[in-house]
Design a protein around this ligand. Structure first.
Ligand SMILES: Nc1nc2c(ncn2[C@@H]2O[C@H](COP(=O)(O)OP(=O)(O)OP(=O)(O)O)[C@@H](O)[C@H]2O)c(=O)[nH]1
Ligand SMILES: [Mg+2]
Length: 631
């Protein structure tokens, strides 16, 4: 279903035409009927000759009620511009057309109403005059049809023309989060709070859990009606009345929004804005405005990078005093605070900070591109499916599906803890930079394990957390190595110099007579400090990582000593025997001071296992030997 809106000067016959076309009097209030003037929006269902239906929003023509016209206009896809044939276009004819232009509406029909008051002989001249005066407006080239609510003349032609036009309107997006700007709220006995509006995008179903903004109130849909008919589900474009559970009448009003949970309320929007050329002189870098977004009217500031100098479209940021829910692609206009003249309008591009996400395009292909754009905007940190859904104006389930598809095609990489995705080209570019930096580091210090995340993050001027997350896919795929807290090139093995090796052999000597006596660990840093040899601290780490030196509590052993311990244990216990700590000490010919921590280390390393007061060999027999200590 599509929704049309009337437009035109006061008393030109808009409401009468709607009534004649639909049988519904759009003037809902007794006061409107008594005064013969529309004060607020009216709604009617139009049955078209091809069996389809359309919604009509009837707007007031009087300039005093322009704010009500604005509340209805943003949901309109097609304009019925009503010009009294006996009067011609007047002030609000042009004002309404300007507003619709800046709301990016380009489609409409001209209805030359009250045709019964114009003699047949004058019709052609009247049509030509009206056309001439509408030159330059959004309906300059639209069809113009004479009609009369009084005699019924032209109504069939009009219905046929509308049906034709409706068939050429682009379909609304159904797989986006539901977005319903509320234009009316009331209570109904037995149904509670009811809100009405034009469903801008997505779908609604009875039972749906949704959000009402402002206030981020969680609500549930109790029932749905489209022009009085109960429905289980409703698609974008329709006029909807939704009875809501979880919100009181006082908490909703015109300008509130009913939306899926993916859409959060925000006070800042990146927008594309086109100024009214005559109003350029009033625009400043920061221009206070009265903004009309959806059915809401909000005070805010329009902020430009550079103040516009012509009527061309430009980017800007709309900062509102109160938050509202809007979707990418949503049209808006801004007026001066006072007098309330139109300054311009455009569309919301992105929610929150400006991004490259293009919300303007619609349709199926939109999804993947918008999801990728949202990922690109999120940068190295990546984004969750929920964040992508919000930024790209997609249902979260759809965003999750698209991200999985992008990941399968290597356009995005999945991240864990917390689950998210990162743009593949961004992560790959980072991995390439990291690879180059690491290659240099390996060249400069071949004895070092690599670079820590902190050192690498500093070298690449990237936040450490973002670096770790951004490099994770590359590490997982083997493009880079991450071992023991160090990043390294995948094929890199550190090599200590012979000078460094000799130093450690000297500092950690082995006494042939007392083969299992270690040195105090603390003696090594002290000796390194006293030495002139380059890169000892890094080489020390490398030797420990390789198992050439082994720290056991307060002591340091050579890897060969540990291998010897292991060999003796296996020889002694290999047949299934047991060993007390005292026996272990004797087995090694060492003292209790060294033996106790060493035996505990053997337990922790998975060589031995404690049962009661004695040790047995772990993995003896069929047990797996995965948990071997470094040799
Ligand atoms: N003769 C004649 N009079 C009409 C026709 N349509 C409307 N009128 C009269 O014009 C007056 C205004 O009609 P409305 O339909 O209320 O006009 P409107 O454009 O809705 O006015 P606002 O909503 O206040 O802007 C009424 O007195 C109608 O009876 C028509 O086709 N022929
Ligand atoms: Mg009216």
């Amino acid at each position: 279903m599509h929704t049309l809106g009337t437009a035109g000067h006061v008393d030109h016959g808009k409401s009468s035409l709607v009534r004649a076309l639909t049988g519904t009097n759009p003037d809902r209030f007794a006061e409107e009927r008594a005064r013969g003037m529309t004060l607020d929006l009216g709604f009617a269902r139009l049955d078209l000759p091809d069996g389809t239906q359309a919604g009509i929003i009837d707007v007031p023509g009087h300039e005093r009620f322009l704010h009500n016209m604005l509340a209805g206009a943003a949901g309109v896809e097609f304009a019925l511009v009503i010009v009294a044939a006996n009067d011609g276009p007047r002030a609000q004819t042009f004002e309404h057309l300007e507003i619709l232009r800046y709301l990016n509406l380009r489609r409409g029909l001209v209805v030359l109403s009250k045709a019964d008051l114009v003699p047949a002989a004058e019709r052609d001249a009247v049509r030509a005059q009206v056309r001439a005066r509408l030159a330059g407006t959004i309906v300059a080239d639209a069809q113009a049809i004479f009609s009369s609510a009084e005699t019924g003349e032209g109504l069939d032609d009009l219905r046929a023309a509308i049906a034709r036009e409706m068939r050429t309107l682009p379909a609304r997006t159904l797989d986006a989060p539901a977005y319903l700007p509320i234009d009316r709220a009331f209570t109904l006995a037995g149904r509670g709070t009811v809100v009405t509006g034009t469903l801008g995008q997505g779908r609604l179903a009875v039972g749906d859990r949704l959000t009402v903004a402002p206030g981020a109130r969680e609500v549930r849909v109790r029932s749905l009606h489209v022009f009085g008919e109960a429905r289980e589900r409703v698609d974008a474009g329709a006029r909807v009345a939704a009875a809501l559970h979880g919100v009181s009448r006082e908490e909703v009003a015109r300008g509130s929004v009913l939306a899926s949970a993916e859409l959060a309320e925000r006070a800042r929007f990146a927008v594309r804005f086109r100024p009214v050329p005559e109003m350029l002189g009033l625009l400043r870098r920061r221009t206070p405005v009265r903004a009309h977004v959806g059915a809401a009217e909000l005070i805010g500031v329009l902020v430009f990078g550079a103040t516009p100098v012509d009527g061309r479209e430009t980017t800007a940021e709309l900062r509102l005093r109160a938050p509202v829910i809007a979707v990418p692609g949503a049209p808006f206009v801004v007026r001066r605070l006072s007098p309330k003249t139109l300054l311009g309008g455009g569309t919301v591009v992105a929610l929150g900070a400006p991004s490259t996400a293009d919300g303007g395009d619609r349709g199926e292909a939109r999804g993947a591109g918008a999801a990728l754009a949202a990922l690109a905007a999120a940068g190295l940190g990546g984004a969750t499916a929920a964040e992508v859904a919000t930024a790209a104006n997609l249902r979260e389930s759809r965003a999750a599906g698209l991200l999985a598809e992008l990941a399968a095609r290597d356009r995005a990489f999945a991240l864990a803890r917390p689950a998210a995705y990162v743009d593949a080209s961004i992560a790959t570019a980072l991995a390439e930079r990291a690879g180059e930096r690491l290659a240099r580091a390996h060249c400069e210090a071949p004895w070092a394990l690599g670079m820590t995340s902190l050192a690498l993050a500093r070298a690449l001027t990237v936040p450490e957390a973002a670096l770790v997350r951004g490099l994770a896919p590359s590490v997982e795929r083997g493009g880079l190595a991450y071992r023991g807290g160090y990043y390294a090139a995948a094929d890199f093995t550190p090599q200590v110099t012979s000078e460094q090796r000799a130093f450690f052999e000297r500092v950690v000597p082995v006494d042939r007579a007392n083969a299992f006596v270690p040195v105090p660990f603390a003696s090594v840093p002290a000796a390194m400090k006293a030495s002139e040899i380059l890169g000892l601290a890094q080489a020390f780490e490398t030797l420990q990582a390789a198992g050439a030196l082994v720290r056991v509590g307060e002591f340091l052993y050579r890897g060969a000593q540990i291998a010897g311990v292991r060999a003796r244990l296996e020889a002694r216990l290999g047949g299934g025997g047991t060993l007390t700590p005292a026996e272990f000490r004797d087995l090694l010919g060492t003292s209790r001071k060294f033996a106790v921590p060493l035996l505990e280390w053997c337990d922790a390393a998975g060589i031995t296992m404690r049962t009661g007061d004695v040790r047995v060999l772990r993995g003896y027999g069929t047990r797996d030997r995965a948990a071997q200590p470094p040799r």
